[in-house]
Design a protein around this ligand. Structure first.
Ligand code: B12
Ligand code: SF4
Length: 493
C-alpha cells in the first residue's frame, strides 16, 4: 500500500516511443493501482530524452523509420548507446536516487534493448531493486530470452497488466508466493517459473479509465508533428481491446486474442471527464478499429452528439482507426461526423484483390473504394495505410495498388503509413512463414530482411517498390506521412 512520500512502484517508459501523447498502457496501470490503494509514479524517460535531444540531429532517432537503430543489436550497441550514453546514465541515476524498490518497465520491440541496458545498469549497482517487465514486447518466450543474464528481471507480466500488477504488488507486500499470481513469470533464484495464464478482463467497464495525473502533460507534442488539425492538447482513449479481423501480417491477435469493448456510456463518461475536468475536447482513439461492433459505434456516436455536443456544448473532436467493412454506409459516417469524428484511418494495405485475399483483409478493392468514397462524402477526412511487398505481390499486383490510388485519389487525403511488409513476431505470416513462401534469415533483422523462396521478393525489391509508390503518390498531390524504412541504418543527419 502507499507509504507516504515513497511510491509503491515506478513505472518507466524507456525510449523510443511516440512523443505525441502519454503512454496509454502506463496510464491505465497507474489509475488502476491508485484505485486499489497503491501509489504509483510514472517516469516517462522517453519524452524527457526526446526533449533533451530535440535541437540536435539525434531527434531523428524517434522517426518510425529509425527502428533498426534501436532493434539491430550491432547498430544499437555500436552507435545508439554511445550517442545516448549520458541520457542512459542520467535515467539510471534518477531511478536509483528514488528509494522505491519496485520498478516496472513497459516494453515494446522498439525499446526492448534500451530497457535491457537500463535494467543491467540498475541491477549492477543495486541488486535489491525488484524489476518487473510488462507490455507487448515480452509476451513470447523468444522476446523474454533477450533479457540476459537470467534473473535480472524478477518478474514478467504477460497480458493485460492491471489485475496482474495489483496481485503481484499485494503478494510482494504480504510476502506471499508469486506462484499464486496468474499471468506472471517470476525468477525463483534458479530459473523462471510460470504461473497459470491470466484470462483477459471480460468487462472492460470494470477498469477505471485513465486520468493521466502522473504524467508530465506539458511535454507531449500533441500532434504538432502529425495531426495538422490539432494544435490543442488531446487525450489518447481506448474504447475496445482486440480486433474482429485476423490479418496475416498483424500480431495484434496474439496480444489481445479476443475483441471486447467498453459500453458507450463508459466511453462517453471518459470524454465528459476530460472535457469538464481538464478542458480537453480533442481525442485520439487508439483502438485497433473503432467499428468492431457497429451497434456500439452507432450508440456511442448518438450519445456523444446528444450528451456532449448538444446538452453540454463540448466541441468534441476525434479520430480513429477503422476497418473498411460492410455496413460502413453513408448514414453511419454521417452519425460519426455529427458526433465529432473528423478523420478516419483505414488500413487498406493493397489495391490488389489477390493480395487482399492473401492478407485476409476481408474486403475487395472495389468494396474498400466504396467505403472510402462514402467516408469522404460525409465530410470526414480519409487517411489510409499501405503495405508494399506482401508475399504473393508481384509487379502486376503492385501496379494494381498504384492504379487503386490513382482511381481513388479524390477520396484519399493522406497516406499516413506507407510501409514495406515486415514479418513480425507471432503474426500468422511469421508462425507459418513456409506456407507463405517466406524465408527468414537467422538474425535480429529477419523481420525486415526476409525474402521469398523464389528470390523475387527481397528487401531491396520491397524498398524499390516503396520509393516508387511514394513518388507516384506524391505526384498525385497526396502526402505520405510515415514510412517504416528510409535511409541507411545508423546514419544521423
Ligand atoms: C496507439 C499505438 C501507437 C501509438 C502510441 C501512442 C502512445 N502515446 O501510446 C504510436 C502512433 C506512437 C505508435 C507508434 C509505433 N508503434 Co504502435 N501501437 C499502438 C497500438 C495500436 C495501441 C497501443 C495502446 O495504446 N494500447 C493500449 C494499452 C492499454 O495497452 P498496452 O500499452 O499494451 O498496455 C497494457 C499491457 O501491455 C500491459 N503493460 C504495458 N506496459 C506494462 C508495464 C508493466 C510494468 C506491466 C506490469 C504491464 C504493462 O498492461 C497494460 C494495460 O493492460 C498498438 C496495438 C496494440 N494491440 O497494442 C500498436 C503497437 C504497440 N505498435 C507497434 C509498433 C511496431 C509501433 C511502431 C514501432 C511502428 C513503426 N514502425 O513506426 C511505432 C513506434 C514509434 C517510435 N517512435 O518508437 C506494435 C508493437 C509490436 C511489439 N511487439 O513491440 C503494436 C503492437 C502494433 C503491431 N501489432 O504491430 N503506436
Ligand atoms: S484490421 Fe488491423 S488490427 Fe485488425 S487484424 Fe487487421 S491489421 Fe490487425
Amino acid at each position: 500500500m502507499a507509504r507516504g512520500i515513497t511510491s509503491d512502484i515506478i513505472l518507466v517508459l524507456a525510449p523510443p516511443w511516440g512523443v505525441d501523447e502519454p503512454h496509454l498502457g502506463l496510464a491505465y496501470l497507474a489509475t488502476y493501482l491508485k484505485d486499489k490503494g497503491y501509489l504509483p509514479e510514472i517516469y516517462d524517460m522517453n519524452i524527457e530524452v526526446f526533449h533533451d535531444v530535440y535541437n540536435s540531429p539525434l531527434r531523428e532517432l524517434w522517426k518510425s523509420s529509425r527502428q533498426p537503430d534501436w532493434m539491430n543489436r550491432s547498430v544499437f550497441y555500436s552507435q545508439t548507446v554511445p550517442r545516448l550514453e549520458s541520457h542512459l546514465e542520467q535515467g539510471v541515476n534518477s531511478i536509483l536516487k528514488n528509494r522505491t524498490k519496485t520498478i516496472g518497465f513497459s516494453v515494446t520491440a522498439s525499446n526492448r534493448l534500451f530497457t535491457l541496458e537500463m535494467i543491467r545498469r540498475i541491477k549492477e549497482r543495486d541488486r535489491s531493486r525488484f524489476i518487473i517487465v510488462g507490455g507487448i514486447g515480452c509476451y513470447t518466450e523468444g522476446e523474454r530470452l533477450i533479457f540476459l543474464p537470467p534473473g535480472m528481471v524478477d518478474a514478467f507480466v504477460i497480458g493485460e497488466g492491471e489485475e496482474i500488477l495489483v496481485d503481484l504488488l499485494d503478494s510482494l507486500e504480504n510476502k506471499r508466493p508469486l506462484a499464486n499470481v496468474s499471468g506472471c513469470i517470476y525468477w525463483t533464484g534458479e530459473g523462471y517459473s510460470r504461473g497459470v495464464p491470466r484470462p483477459l478482463v471480460e468487462h472492460l467497464d470494470s477498469i477505471p479509465f485513465p486520468t493521466f495525473d502522473e504524467f508530465p502533460l506539458d511535454l507531449y507534442l500533441y500532434g504538432r508533428k502529425s495531426f495538422d488539425e490539432f494544435t490543442m492538447k488531446h487525450t489518447p482513449i481506448l474504447g475496445s481491446r482486440g480486433c474482429v479481423n485476423r490479418c496475416a501480417f498483424c500480431n495484434d491477435v496474439a496480444i489481445w486474442p479476443s475483441f471486447r469493448h467498453r459500453s458507450a456510456r463508459h466511453i462517453c463518461d471518459e470524454l465528459f471527464y476530460e472535457s469538464k475536468k481538464r478542458n480537453i475536447t480533442a481525442f485520439v482513439f487508439q483502438d485497433l478499429t473503432i467499428n468492431g461492433n457497429l451497434l456500439l459505434l452507432r450508440e456511442m456516436c448518438r450519445l456523444f452528439k446528444s450528451k456532449l455536443i448538444d446538452d453540454f456544448r463540448f466541441p468534441v473532436r476525434w479520430v480513429s482507426n477503422v476497418i473498411a467493412r460492410k455496413g460502413m454506409d453513408h448514414d453511419t459516417f454521417t452519425l460519426m461526423k455529427n458526433a465529432g469524428c473528423h478523420t478516419l484511418m483505414f488500413g487498406i494495405e493493397s489495391g490488389s484483390d489477390k493480395v487482399l485475399k492473401l492478407m485476409r483483409k476481408g474486403y475487395t478493392s472495389e468494396s474498400a473504394a466504396k467505403v472510402l468514397q462514402e467516408c469522404k462524402r460525409s465530410g470526414i477526412a480519409v487517411w489510409i495505410n499501405l503495405i508494399v511487398g506482401f508475399p504473393g505481390e508481384g509487379e502486376r499486383e503492385f501496379l494494381e495498388t498504384l492504379c487503386f490510388i490513382k482511381e481513388n485519389k479524390g477520396y484519399i487525403d493522406r497516406v499516413q503509413n506507407l510501409n514495406i511488409c515486415n514479418v513480425v513476431e507471432s503474426a500468422e505470416l511469421q508462425r507459418n512463414a513456409g506456407r507463405y513462401g517466406v524465408v527468414l534469415p537467422d538474425d535480429d533483422m529477419a523481420y525486415l530482411h526476409w525474402r521469398s523462396v523464389d528470390g523475387t521478393n527481397t528487401f531491396e525489391e520491397r524498398k524499390r517498390r516503396l520509393f516508387m509508390l511514394k513518388a507516384e503518390i506524391e505526384s498525385l498531390g497526396i502526402c505520405v506521412e510515415n514510412m517504416n524504412i528510409e535511409g541507411e541504418e545508423g546514419k544521423i543527419g
